[in-house]
Design a protein around this ligand. Structure first.
Ligand code: SF4
Ligand code: MG
Length: 336
């Protein structure tokens, strides 16, 4: 079967302005030549530290930010170049779940209004009776009481608000859901409940997920395959079992052995990988991971490693994997 989503050589570069005249001085390569497939019904975990470009990539895939170059095909149809009007019928089929459900829900709308809005925007659900039934079904599926419909977002806990955010994303029965750190802002005690809800909904509704996280442990349970991002590129991509059993990229290895530490930016903890991520404004030459890599060789300071196919759908963009490469490397770090 054809993949539901095919991403090729995707770039999102943001201009950087400076000086008193605010002239363009360069570009942040937030996403810098990324390629992957997502198969129907699978979950692709997309993991990396803050600022690696994973949120931008998730948004670019749904055209919530404009890619600078490259291709995104959804169910065989090229999305780049479509006008917002042409995108509209496809928008129903691709939805985004935000990290902070409170910021993404209109505080002046009741839950009923929030859940009815997508139907109104897309001119769906024939009469008020049908809309009523769809909305009632949604709150049931989210494990929320029907009384919730008359209340406002601030009346709910973080976990319940995320349930409302998920309900809104699923209202139009999408095929693809991109969830951007959907549990990072929640208490640890409710994180597992939301993950389980997402897994149940995936099975019940045949959903395909891109699940973005900064922590490999969070996506281990949900992912079919995992892509690890570093400074705008995918440095490793593999079936989950293969990635956790035999991580091939030193950055993935560092993420897996990282220790959680308190982080003011994320609700609870972040993982401490030795060294600081370099500025995306001035990425290091060669392999961008080389300043933090315990295995860096002379070559790594000069050359950028391609993505080596290691067999079994496992790809790693590291010279250490070169000897095990099964085929000529792809032009861009990619896979799938
Ligand atoms: Fe480390 Fe070199 Fe591999 Fe980059 S290419 S991850 S610097 S060994
Ligand atoms: Mg983010």
């Amino acid at each position: 079967s054809t993949p539901l989503l095919q991403v090729r050589d995707l770039q999102v570069h943001f201009p950087v302005r400076g000086g008193v005249l605010g002239r363009v001085r360069g570009a942040v390569k937030a996403v810098d030549g990324v390629g992957f497939d997502v198969m129907r019904g699978e979950t692709l975990g997309l993991v990396g530290e803050s600022g690696c470009g994973k949120s931008t990539l998730g948004r670019a895939v749904l055209r919530l930010v404009e890619p600078t170059a490259g291709s995104v095909r959804f169910d065989g149809q090229e999305l780049t170049g479509l006008s917002q009007r042409q995108l509209r019928p496809l928008r129903q089929r691709m939805q985004f779940v935000f990290q902070d459900p409170y910021a993404s829900l209109n505080p002046r709308m009741t839950v009923r209004e929030i859940l009815e809005e997508p139907f109104a925007i897309h001119g769906l659900a024939r009469g008020p009776g049908e809309r009523e039934r769809e909305v009632a079904e949604l709150v049931d599926a989210m494990g929320l009481p029907r009384e919730a419909l008359a209340r406002y977002p601030h009346e709910f806990s973080g976990g319940q608000r995320q349930r409302i955010g998920i309900a809104r994303a699923l209202a139009l029965r999408p095929d693809l859901v991109v969830a951007d750190e959907p549990i990072s802002a929640l208490d640890v005690s409710v994180q597992a409940q939301i993950v389980n809800l997402l897994v149940d909904l995936q099975q019940a509704r045949g959903l395909t997920y891109v699940f973005i996280a900064h922590d490999l442990n969070i996506v281990e349970y949900v992912s079919t395959r995992v892509a690890v991002m570093y400074l705008g590129r995918i440095v490793e991509l593999a079936p989950a079992a293969s990635l956790y059993r035999q991580p091939r990229h030193p950055y993935t290895q560092a993420l897996l052995s990282a220790v959680p530490v308190p982080d003011p930016d994320h609700a609870r903890t972040r993982l401490l990988v030795p060294g600081e991520p370099p500025s995306p404004l001035a990425p290091p030459p060669g392999c961008t991971f080389h300043p933090r890599c315990p295995h860096a060789m002379e070559r790594c300071r000069r050359e950028s490693p391609p993505s080596y196919a290691l067999g079994g759908g496992h790809f790693a963009a590291c010279f250490l994997a070169e000897a095990d490469a099964r085929e000529a490397p792809a032009a861009a770090p990619s896979g799938g």
